[in-house]
Design a protein around this ligand. Structure first.
Ligand code: M6R
Length: 606
């Protein structure tokens, strides 16, 4: 999510740091900052784009040949100067930049404050600077190693200390970090794009490795200080390919980032078989008093919200209405102080959803936002917020933000059930296990791309494609159709499979592609019957089914399988082949998948 750069060398660090940060801009960010050592430690950080930081640095700049720089994509606390990195200790002698999410930062923060440390930001990162300070006795490498043993969660960090002018310490767990030696110094970064002008031979650190960066080179060790080796690679991509991580498009990169995005969105929220959602900011008493839930959203976020309706009603036994945001306030919905409105928006800026939030609040309803953008308008105006941790999504088509919306909405549903006591704790613990296994299962489904490409070759010239599903397969049918029309410009419709006979079946003629969500569930037999109905009328059926299903192959032309999971979690797996299908078809038709015509990433007009 965040961008990281570090340099120790013969040249002035600041121009190198700023140049690298500019090349990391494509990742998306909301604030930036640098720290440069010149005997002392100088830190400048600013909310906003790099131009804002540039203005703050002018006219004299910072002088010194060692430094670190950061572009922030907010995860804890809004984009403000105080929350921008680098973060420092109480005396301003240690500076830390961080990419990732610490799971135990609330405990660490409480402990540090009890010991007398003063923390001035909302971030998880600042705790790292104070943890290092607490054990620092003149050796920043040793102190960083000690502090790292206290961290749980995901991180890549870089650290500098005022009294040690020629060293940067870096370490990683889960989040990426690379190091490389250039002609005039040694560098570290979160992303190869930052290093391309300096070196194309880099080393990827492995989890729980520490790199000590000095002018003449770098040394990699384990957390205990034992010699270790990372993975050396030569980057032969050009800059554009590097920004896309070697993928052809941002959309494809973002599809492949989904296992990590799912894991990040669960991080710190599941402990001991229970849900911990401190960010909801509504008391348990208030949540127990809720007698109705409204979900409001647009586009893919609406489809994620529709999946959530099934989960909330099933687990919490509370009625859920779902509205397209632009319809919500004009139909005069019945809201009151015991209504919970859940506003889902990756950008947090969609104007119709924002107006729906305002309408709900005027009617005294409680509002929880689900968003991917910390500090955006919808979370700001809501009572509570649950952030998806997908990282910036560049492609216009929602992929990793859609899957994480579904995950986070399930967390909310389960949390409501936990608070209201509508499911036994053992059942919650079982579902928590299923949630924890999602990352690996999404990874498995990414293996379907080759098969899906073959299917795309067969159907990419179709004029119409129908998507069908029942129960949670229905919102997935809507999402599959939305994705296909949005990026390939093929006419596509998503329907509840049971609605077929009430009109859409007239669309089917010889060879019409019909994509059916046919995973194992309590309405599986009915879905098979629907497949038979379309097959009898000449449809070419592409079924997404559960691994081990031998029945569906008797009726469908193609079967793509996904691993078995809890019925309400199947959408997180089914969506992946649907994304691949629209992606492959759009590419075969020569469409720009990242910037489809007529569409914008954030829709801020009604
Ligand atoms: O930022 P939001 O989640 O509020 O955006 C909602 C829709 O505009 C968005 O999901 C749109 O439908 C996507 N392009 C779908 O891929």
């Amino acid at each position: 999510m965040c961008g990281i750069i570090g340099y120790v060398g013969e040249q002035q660090a600041l121009p190198i740091l700023m140049d690298a940060l500019r090349r990391l801009e494509y990742r998306g960010y909301d604030s930036a900052g640098v720290a440069v050592l010149d005997g002392g430690l100088q830190v400048v950080r600013k909310a906003g784009k790099l131009d804002e930081l540039d203005k703050e640095l002018a006219p004299s700049g910072l002088h010194g040949t060692t430094g670190i720089g950061h572009t922030r994509w907010a995860t804890h606390g809004p984009p403000t100067d105080e929350n921008a990195h680098p973060h420092s200790d109480c005396d301003g002698r240690i500076a830390v930049i961080h990419n990732g999410i610490l799971e135990n930062f609330l405990e660490l923060r409480a402990e540090l404050e009890a010991e007398g440390h003063t923390l001035g930001s909302d971030t998880d990162t600042e705790a790292i600077a104070h943890l290092i300070e607490a054990v620092y006795d003149g050796d920043i490498v040793a102190a960083t190693r000690k502090a790292l043993t206290r961290l749980s969660g995901a991180f890549s960090i870089a650290v500098v200390a005022a009294g040690e002018p020629d060293v940067v310490v870096a370490a990683k767990r889960t989040s990426p970090l690379i190091v490389g030696r250039g002609d005039h110094g040694t560098l570290l970064a979160s992303d190869p794009t930052a290093l391309i002008p300096y070196t194309r031979d880099v080393v990827h650190l492995l989890d729980d490795q520490v790199a000590v960066i000095r002018r003449e080179g770098f040394e990699i060790t384990t957390l205990d200080g034992a010699p270790a080796e990372g993975t050396a690679i030569h980057i032969d991509w050009d800059l554009e390919a590097a920004e896309k991580g070697g993928y052809d498009d941002f959309m494809l990169k973002e599809i492949y980032e989904q296992p990590g995005a799912v894991a990040d969105s669960l991080r710190g929220r599941l402990r001991g078989g229970r849900l911990h959602l401190d960010e909801v900011r509504l008391s348990e008493e208030e949540l127990r008093g809720i007698d109705k839930v409204f979900v409001v959203a647009c586009g893919s976020a609406y489809n994620a919200g529709l999946v959530a309706k099934y989960a909330i009603e099933h687990w919490c036994r509370v009625p859920v209405e779902i509205d397209i945001s632009s319809e919500f306030r004009y139909r005069d919905p019945v809201l009151g102080k015991d209504t919970l409105a859940v506003a889902v928006s990756q950008s947090g800026e969609t104007i119709d959803t924002l107006e729906a939030v305002r309408h709900a609040r005027r009617q005294r309803a409680k509002v929880i936002a689900v968003s991917n953008t910390v500090g955006s308008s919808i979370p700001r105006e809501a009572d509570g917020v649950l952030y998806t941790q997908a990282g910036p999504e560049v492609g216009v088509a929602a992929t990793k933000t859609f899957i994480t919306q579904m995950v986070v909405l399930k967390l909310l549903a389960l949390y409501l059930a936990q608070v209201r006591g509508t499911i036994y704790p053992e059942e919650i613990a079982r579902i928590v296990e299923d949630l924890e296994s999602l990352e690996g299962k999404v990874e498995t489904v990414l293996g379907s791309r080759q098969q899906v490409r073959g299917i795309a070759e067969e159907i990419h010239q179709a004029a119409d494609v129908l998507f069908l599903g029942r129960h949670v397969g229905f919102p997935l049918a809507l999402e599959g159709a939305l994705k296909l029309k949005e990026i390939s410009y093929i006419h596509a419709e998503g329907y509840a499979a049971g609605e077929l006979k009430h009109g859409p079946i007239a669309l089917i003629s010889e060879g019409t592609p019909v994509v059916v969500v046919a995973t194992q569930c309590h309405v599986y037999a009915k879905v098979i019957a629907n497949i038979q109905e379309v097959k009898a009328r000449g449809a070419r059926v592409i079924a997404v089914a559960t691994e081990g299903d031998t029945e569906v192959a008797k009726h469908a032309d193609h079967v793509i399988t996904v691993p078995s999971t809890h019925e309400l979690l199947t959408p997180e797996l089914v969506v992946v082949p649907l994304q691949f299908l629209s992606y492959e078809i759009a590419k075969m038709r020569g469409c720009d998948v990242d910037k489809p015509r007529n569409l914008a990433k954030s829709v801020t007009v009604e």
